[in-house]
Design a binder for this molecule. Structure first.
Ligand code: A5P
Length: 216
């Protein structure tokens, strides 16, 4: 089974949980986009809150009704992909697509967050991949130096042509995990999603597993 088929299997299972009348956070990334297409086929009576301009454009093309997080500060559900999922805790690394700030705002506003992944994303312990860190564009060199000083070995995403987020910020990919780095001046948000996923749907060849987070 190829990776896209696994993403589709996970997305299909997540979409089953969406009911008419819900306000649903719409994630970003390739798996979330597959879920959007599957959702739109059902012509659901939902309101979607997109986590990126790209997702908003696609959702509009698919005929989904959209609103902003300001219109709906509390959502019934958010569905999204992830770059890594820790078994047991269901903590996540997100942001490879650069939408982590809005994704985290939407996930934090949702009563439940359902994450869709293929089994390659499931790990015993988060790490071994870059942690995306969204930083303020103004004075970014100074912020990058602060991240460097904290031992995070950051690399500005895009290098000479920096990647700019929907919020007008930049992304530094850090090579160490540290939940405290949010406290550094110039850091807007990180891709560490701790305690946010309620359920993770993991597609493996031949089987879709549903992992639920236990209360801590
Ligand atoms: C977007 O910023 C990310 O957080 C994505 O949700 C994450 O990178 C997963 O993307 P894929 O579904 O494309 O793997």
């Amino acid at each position: 089974m190829d990776r896209d088929a696994l993403k589709r299997a996970a997305a299909a299972r997540a979409v089953e949980e969406i009911r008419d009348g819900m306000v649903v956070g719409l994630g970003s990334g390739s798996t979330a986009e597959i879920a959007l297409a599957l959702l739109a086929e059902r012509k659901p009576k939902i309101v979607g809150v997109p986590t990126s301009e790209r997702t908003a454009r696609l959702a509009r093309q698919l005929g989904l009704t959209l609103a902003s997080l300001d219109d709906h500060p509390v959502l019934d559900l958010a569905i999204d992909g992830a770059d890594q999922v820790e078994r047991g805790t269901l903590d996540l690394i997100k942001g490879l697509g650069g939408a982590l700030l809005r994704e985290k705002l939407v996930a934090s506003a949702a009563r439940r967050m359902i994450v869709m992944v293929d089994d390659s994303k499931l790990v015993d312990r988060l790490g071994g991949i870059a942690l995306p860190v969204e930083i303020v564009a103004w004075g970014w060199r100074s912020t990058l130096a602060r991240l460097e000083g904290a031992g995070l070995q950051p690399a500005l995403r895009g290098g000479g042509q920096p990647f700019v987020t929907d919020g007008g910020n930049l992304i530094a990919d850090a090579h160490a995990l540290d939940a405290r780095l949010r406290a550094l001046t110039g850091v807007v948000e990180t891709g560490l999603f701790l305690g946010l996923a309620s359920r993770v749907i993991v597609a493996t060849p031949g089987r879709v597993k549903v992992l639920d987070r236990c209360a801590r």
